[in-house]
Design a protein around this ligand. Structure first.
Ligand SMILES: [Ca+2]
Ligand SMILES: [Ca+2]
Length: 196
């Protein structure tokens, strides 16, 4: 069974929005509009062959301001997460979908793999590793359709000959070992290299 912890929200008053201070005359009142920032982190542990679909709140439409939502997903040992974007329509340059490898957007050992906005995306599945994170942020103004993506915990494919396996389970070309580039995304192809 999928194990889900969270979302763990915290809300805060960012500012007081539009104000009408015109108090002159009877019957006038002050209206204060509070804009809320909604931040949450949801942890999802997938079991073997399990699939989950993650979508923006209210998909296929969103209009929420100041969202900052994070999902952190993990697969069991020996498995990898495969992600496929099913749909993406975000307010260009204002609302973003981030996809990364590792335990969380600001955690050590994490890397941002994709930063998406607007309408262009690839529906090719990508397999970042055993853990990954997704972050969705919106600004104060308008929305669009939102996003939907599918994450599946797949059995770690054996690397073919001429490849090495990273600690994350990713297969990379053997020639990328110890070449100074972080091909594994977790630096495991650059560990235990002879230093000249
Ligand atoms: Ca927006
Ligand atoms: Ca390398």
């Amino acid at each position: 069974m999928t194990s889900v912890r969270g979302p763990y929200p915290y809300s805060s008053i960012l500012n007081t929005g539009d104000r009408d201070w015109s108090l002159d005359g009877p019957g006038k009142s002050v209206q204060l509009t509070a804009l809320q920032a909604y931040t949450s982190i949801t942890a999802i542990e997938l079991e073997w062959n399990e699939t989950t679909v993650i979508s923006s709140p209210g998909y296929p439409s969103y209009n929420d301001s100041n969202l900052d939502l994070t999902w952190v997903l993990t697969a069991p040992e020996g498995h990898m997460l495969q992600i496929q974007i099913l749909d993406l329509a975000l307010e260009t340059d204002y609302d973003y979908l981030y996809i990364g490898y590792g335990p969380g957007p600001n955690e050590p050992g994490s890397w941002e793999l994709q930063k998406l906005t607007g309408y262009n995306y690839s529906s090719e599945p990508v397999t970042p590793g055993q853990s990954m994170w997704i972050r969705f942020t919106t600004d104060v103004s308008r929305g669009d359709i939102g996003f939907s993506l599918r994450v599946t915990a797949i059995l770690n494919p054996e690397c073919s000959s001429g490849q090495m396996q990273c600690s994350s389970g990713l297969c990379i070309n053997e020639s990328a070992r110890c070449d100074g580039n972080n091909d594994c995304l977790d630096f495991s192809d650059e560990e235990y290299c002879r230093k000249f």
